[in-house]
Design a protein around this ligand. Structure first.
Ligand code: G3I
Length: 429
């Protein structure tokens, strides 16, 4: 629900110097003062004297605990102090830590905090070097493969929790949050699920899977990729004929499978954060526009979606996206009242399609784009060290078995320059 012009006038009057909890994220000179996240204010903030991104926040401070305001602002944007239209609480900008010795510390000390995540593999946890870097530098975990449908429900109604429990328990022991990845995805399905047909069969399978998986992890996992990659284009870069992806789910239920999955997930956990997640939607392109309209429709229908994950696999086979373009794209999704996340970031250097210099610029500018938005609640990197990256063995990534050099640590777990550029962005440098 967007603010009416009358509301804007009133809110500009009420929140001229920034609102505290429940009020709009004021974009005035003092910025918004909301600090605890929570319940989305009824009134918007004012446009900032300095222009820019004022008056735009939803109530997401506290990273995952706020409920988010229902109405997003459309940005302060001008120097007249008249155009900020945010209808939410929380600060309008994120303030960096003064200093930090790890990414995790930089994320935890920022105000509001931002989650720093990594995709973790079960095999990685057998390696002490991997484990210690993963826990020191991150406070958010996504299982790279171990919570996918084929891993958790290899046979109908028969669940296998061991590998996923190992990762989840390790994360909990290290004070990390977990994102369940992923409940409904066309890929990495067991054969029996891929060959289901008919609306009743497919709906029952979705329900059984979500109920059992969310039920099993309920005390430990509070954020979920409910639906992954439901949209396809002719090119993996997000260009050409965007459409709903044919899948066992879409073929049986049509677009309704999206609503259904989120509704079942909400029934299972009334307070979990429920996300849609996709690749090559990082900057504005045809796929991102399509997903935007799809998600906007869900919000308007009252489907319980809390946010969107932008995978941020930069370079072949996926898209490239500069920091300013990412910022503009994330902003419009946040203005729907949603959280946004960078959910699977890596930057592929294979075939030199992205040069070393470009990689550093992308890492800095894209992380900065998220960091500057309080609605951007986390940044997850898709792995820890280069040698274990999925890109090395994915033919479309053009690596031919060579290292994709795509991450923040080398195989001796030393920090690369990419790490330094990410740290710079998290510290406001
Ligand atoms: O576990 C088997 C092993 O038993 C077998 O010997 C081996 C032979 O190929 O395959 C192993 O499975 C592989 C699995 O990773 C675990 O290593 C699969 O072949 C391989 O396809 C699978 O790749 C994963 C890919 O998703 C599948 O789509 C990548 O590790 C994983 O990083 C990647 O992650 C996805 C996200 O979930 C969604 N977004 C895109 C992202 C990158 O593709």
């Amino acid at each position: 629900m967007r603010s009416t012009p009358l509301t804007l006038l009133l809110s500009a009057f009420l929140c001229a110097t920034g609102c505290s909890d429940g009020g709009g994220g004021g974009g005035g000179e003092t910025g918004g003062a909301g600090t605890t996240g929570g319940t989305g204010g009824a009134t918007g903030g004012t446009g900032g004297a300095t222009g820019g991104t004022s008056g735009v926040t939803s109530g997401t401070s506290g990273v995952t605990s706020g409920t988010g305001g229902a109405t997003g602002g459309t940005g302060g944007g001008d120097a007249t102090g008249t155009s900020g239209t945010g209808g939410n609480d929380g600060p309008a900008v994120r303030t960096p830590a003064a200093s930090a010795s790890t990414l995790r510390e930089a994320g935890e000390k920022a105000n509001p905090p931002i989650l720093i995540g990594a995709a973790i593999s079960g095999s990685g946890l057998n390696d002490n070097g991997y484990k210690s870097v993963a826990a020191a530098e991150h406070n958010y975990v996504t299982a790279e493969n171990e919570m996918k449908w084929n891993a958790l429900e290899p046979n109908p109604g028969s669940f296998s929790w061991g590998s996923a429990d190992n990762i989840v328990n390790w994360a909990v022991q290290n004070g990390m949050q977990i994102k369940g990845h992923t409940l409904v995805w066309h890929n990495q399905l067991p054969g029996w699920a891929s060959s289901l047909s008919g609306a009743t069969q497919v709906e029952q399978a979705i329900r059984r899977h979500i109920e059992n998986v969310m039920g099993h992890f309920k005390d430990r996992v509070h954020t979920w990729d409910v639906v992954n990659e439901a949209v396809i284009t002719d090119s993996d870069t997000g260009v050409g004929n965007p459409r709903m992806r044919p899948s066992v789910f879409f073929n049986a239920l049509g677009e309704r499978f999206l609503d259904l999955a989120f509704q079942i997930a909400r029934e299972q956990d009334p307070t979990a954060k429920l996300y849609y997640n996709d690749y090559s939607i990082d900057a504005r392109n045809e796929k991102a526009d399509f997903v935007y309209e799809m998600v906007r429709g869900m919000v308007e229908r009252g489907v319980p979606i809390d946010g969107v994950g932008f995978q941020m696999h930069i370079g072949p086979p996926n898209n490239e996206a500069g920091g300013a373009d990412v910022a503009a794209n994330l902003r419009r999704f946040a203005d729907l009242g949603l959280e946004v996340l960078i959910s699977e970031m890596d930057i592929n250097r294979c075939s030199n399609q992205v040069t070393a210099e470009e990689q550093l610029t992308y890492y800095h500018d894209i992380v900065e784009a998220c960091f500057l938005m309080p609605e951007c609640v986390g940044i997850t990197f898709w792995g820890i060290n280069d040698g274990r990256s999925w890109l090395n063995s994915w033919s479309g990534a053009l690596c031919n078995g060579q290292s994709s050099q795509s991450l923040l640590f080398n195989d001796q777990y030393q920090k690369k320059e990419t790490y330094n550029r990410v740290m710079d962005a998290l510290l406001g440098r």
